[in-house]
Ligand binder design. Structure first.
Ligand SMILES: [Mg+2]
Length: 175
């Protein structure tokens, strides 16, 4: 086990990589009669992500699936980097780190299922929602109290902001 606490690990993070289905959503996908996918995203998660970006953090979305809804949500949030159809996430993570010149310790990855285990093991801070699959929870350094699609990402964003000492600065306008 690492000698560092989750808060100490979080204090080093500059980039948050988020899985989409089961993390930014509750994992359910609705199909309409034309086969178009409908998903529910949480506006509170969205605001957390905006606060995080305002504080200078980077956010990347990394999904194993491909969906028009993902692209709409990324655009809505102002997240430029969305990787879809990533069935094997580790090489993509390595590519992202290389491109950004970041060390693994400067990255947090939040996932909920087995496909997320390799990248979660490779970064400084592994995060997951309360309803992540059990092996994912066992690997996570930090587990949200809320489930995916219902505030887990908001909690993760606030944890990163508080751990880095930037919470007061980015929320001053509200208090
Ligand atoms: Mg997932």
């Amino acid at each position: 086990m690492s000698e560092f606490s989750p808060r100490q690990k979080a204090a080093r993070v500059k980039l948050l990589i988020l899985d989409i289905d089961g993390v930014l959503t509750d994992g359910r996908v609705v199909y309409d009669d034309t086969g178009r996918e409908i998903k529910f995203f949480d506006v509170k998660d969205g605001h957390g992500m905006k606060l995080l970006m305002r504080a200078g953090f980077e956010i990347v979305l990394l999904s194993g699936r491909k969906s028009e809804a993902n692209r709409h949500r990324a655009r809505d949030l102002g997240v430029d980097e969305l990787y879809e159809d990533a069935k094997i996430k580790l090489p993509l993570l390595e590519e992202i780190l290389e491109k950004k010149g970041l060390d693994p310790e400067e990255v947090a990855f939040m996932g909920d299922d087995l496909i997320d285990l390799p990248p979660m093991r490779a970064v400084g801070l592994a995060m997951c929602p309360a309803d992540a699959w059990d092996p994912v929870k066992q690997v996570a350094h930090w587990i949200a109290q809320r489930p995916g699609g219902h505030g887990a990402v908001r909690e993760a964003c606030e944890f990163l902001l508080q751990s880095s000492g930037k919470w007061e600065e980015v929320t001053a306008r509200y208090f």
